[in-house]
Structures are given as C-alpha cells and as structure tokens.
Design a protein around this ligand. Structure first.
Ligand SMILES: NC(=O)c1ccc[n+]([C@@H]2O[C@H](COP(=O)([O-])OP(=O)(O)OC[C@H]3O[C@@H](n4cnc5c(N)ncnc54)[C@H](O)[C@@H]3O)[C@@H](O)[C@H]2O)c1
Length: 344
C-alpha cells in the first residue's frame, strides 16, 4: 500500500488528480464500473504506472483484502454511484455504494486499529438540494423539491426568491434527490467517524465538474457532454426549463488542486465549497459551446428532469481564505479542452 489510497481513483476526478500530482505514491482501488468506463481495463491504468487493486467498495471481502496490504496515511474517497436522474430509481444501489461502501471502509479501518491521518471526501452540491434563497423580507429560506405539477405547467422558478451561493458555513443541507441524500449520509459518516478517531476529514462539496477525461459513455452525468453529443449530430442543443437553470461549472484541474490542498496543506479539517464561484445559466453555457463549435442555435423547451434543482453556485470564500483554493481554468479555456477531447 502506497502513501495515498484513492478509492474510486480510476474515474474522472481520480485520473486527473494522478495526472497532475503523479502516481508514484498512489494506490487505486476501483471496480471499474462499466457505466463509467466502457472499454477501460486494469492494464490501461497499470501501463500508466498506477498501483491498481480491483474491488468493490460495497463488498466486505474486497475492502478487507484491500487493507490487508496496509493502511495509507492519506485516503481519498471518490467511489460513488453518481447521476441524479438515475438515482431516483436506484435508491438501494446508491445507498449500498455511497453510504454502506463508506461505512464498510470506516469499520474496517477502526477494526484494524490503524488509521489514516487524513481523509478527503468529494461530496456534492446535491446535499443542498434546491439550496438557500433570500426571501423578499431578507430571510434565508430552503424551499423543498419543486412539485411535478408546477414543472409540468412550466412553472420552474421559485417566485420572489433570490438564489444564494451555497456555503457550508452559512447554510443547511437539504437534499432533494436520492443521490444528494446518500452523499449527505456519506458526509455525516465520515465527519463523525473521523472526529471520534482523531482523523482529519476534509469534505469538499463540489459543484458541476467538467473537462477532458469525463465519461462519454455514462448517460446520466455531464450536461455539457449531452450538448456536445447533440452538436456532433448537427442537432441543436435542447435546453430544459427554458434555459433558466443555473450551475457553477468548475474545471477538473481545479478540483484536483483542491484535493491536493486538502491532503497536503495546513487548513483545518472541515467542509469546503468548491466551484468556480460563478453562476451561469445553461442558456449562456450552451450559447458559448455553439460559438466555439460553430453549431446551430440552441432550442429552449419546457422539458424538465425530476430531481434536478433550479439553481446552484458555490460561495468559495472560505475555500479561498482557509484552504488556499483558487480556481484557475476559465470557462472558455476549459470548454476548448473539453471540445477537443470530445472530438478526439
Ligand atoms: N463529476 C462531478 O461533477 C462531481 C460533482 C460533485 C461530486 N462529485 C463526486 O466526486 C466523486 C468522483 O466523481 P467522478 O466524476 O470522478 O466520478 P466517476 O464516475 O468518473 O468516478 C468514480 C469511480 O468510482 C468507481 N466506482 C463506482 N462504484 C464503485 C464501487 N462500488 N467500488 C469501487 N469503485 C467504484 C468507478 O469505477 C469510477 O472509476 C464522486 O464521489 C462524486 O459523487 C463529482
């Protein structure tokens, strides 16, 4: 076992972390979930110098066997069932991988009595659900998941409410889909376990991560890949909810650097919001992609996806001040790289 173990390290974020910070001190444990990896094999990672242990984080025997080789100083927990829409019909699977898988890792470690010094968990903005809003009277309010009857009627916006940037220090989590519920459970398990055993836990609540290397085969994640797929078929991008959904798109290189800061820096353990700090409508992002690709104008429609939230953006003030995090990749630069990757 090397110094740093990445559980779920073969995916989008783990691969970028190893690309930017090296594979020398890293062991990867991963099930190579077919929906994410399509044709990738263990040999592809071994050829890059990765110390690869195949296994499923939700299988007790696999997790026990993993730690028989030792316990690392640093643990990065990335393995998860992702995909908001898919999670709605896969409650048990999401709970098994995201919650039970994490619990198994923690139990196995405390059972062995040898503990890592730091754990970095990549959580998600999904734990905020629809998120915090300011009401007309200036209060912070947390609306529940929108009613399907309203969505069907094309009533997408929360009336008289102004969306606020999500901040772990200022706002309460309030997940509005199964994925978000299991990510919050995962956070709570890691935070409470780590506090009890004197392990430093860094919970990074990531916004929408994008960039070269993201899965082209997973149909449930990555709205930008959907846009690019449409454009490659010369079909206009269809934008749900009339294009008014807002997101904070953060480049995967900035996420890799946030993980590295949490692992190697002097910031106190805690929960940090990680994004670009910029709120953009999907309309604006789709238009930018159309300009960069020369694709047809986007089309706006009244379609919606159950479990999707209307607004999301991070308040990255604390990550900046305490963790030393600074997003460096601009949207234009990041989209350019993503388009090249998609075309290749
Ligand atoms: N990409 C984003 O936009 C985003 C946003 C917020 C949070 N996150 C979180 O970041 C983490 C990593 O995301 P990603 O984009 O790299 O996802 P990914 O799907 O590309 O990578 C996840 C990796 O985990 C592996 N995995 C899945 N189930 C497993 C299991 N049962 N046992 C072992 N390995 C398993 C997969 O094979 C894959 O290699 C996830 O926890 C996700 O919830 C991602």
């Amino acid at each position: 076992m090397k110094n740093t173990l990445i559980i779920g390290g073969a995916g989008f974020i783990g691969s970028r972390y190893m690309n930017d910070f090296g594979t020398k001190d890293v062991t990867v444990f991963d099930s190579l979930s077919p929906i994410v990896h399509n044709r990738k094999s263990i040999a592809d990672f071994v050829s890059l110098g990765v110390d690869f242990v195949p296994g499923d984080v939700s299988q007790p025997d696999d997790v026990r066997a993993l730690f028989e080789n030792g316990v690392p100083e640093n643990l990065i927990l990335l393995a998860a069932e992702t995909g908001t829409g898919r999670s709605l019909h896969n409650c048990a699977l999401n709970t098994r991988i995201n919650a039970m898988g994490t619990a198994l890792v923690l139990d196995t470690l405390s059972g062995m009595g040898v503990l890592p010094k730091r754990i970095v968990l990549t959580s998600s903005r999904a734990v905020y659900g629809e998120g915090p809003f300011r009401s007309a009277s200036g209060e912070t309010v947390y609306p529940e998941q929108r009613d399907e009857a309203d969505l069907k009627a094309g009533k997408f916006e929360f009336e008289a409410l102004e969306p606020l940037a999500m901040s772990a220090a200022a706002h309460l989590p309030n997940p509005s889909n199964i994925y978000g519920a299991t990510k919050l459970c995962q956070e709570n398990l890691v935070r409470n376990w780590a506090r009890s055993f004197g392990v430093s836990a860094y919970v990074l609540r990531l916004q929408n991560v994008y960039g070269a290397g993201q899965s082209l085969t997973n149909p449930y994640t990555g709205v930008l890949i959907h846009f690019l797929r449409n454009l490659s078929r010369k079909e206009p991008v269809k934008i749900y909810e009339q294009g008014g959904i807002t997101r904070d798109f953060v480049h995967v290189a900035d996420i890799a650097s946030a993980i590295n800061l949490a692992l190697t820096g002097n910031a106190p353990a805690g929960t940090y919001d990680i994004g670009s700090g910029e709120r953009l409508t999907l309309e604006a992002v789709a238009r930018e992609i159309c300009v960069l690709t020369g694709g047809p104008e986007p089309e706006f429609c009244d379609l919606y996806r159950l479990g999707d939230v209307r607004h999301a953006a991070a308040d990255i003030g604390r990550a900046r001040a305490v963790l030393g995090y600074e997003p460096k990749v601009s949207l234009q630069e990041g989209l350019g790289g993503l388009i090249k990757f998609f075309e290749a």
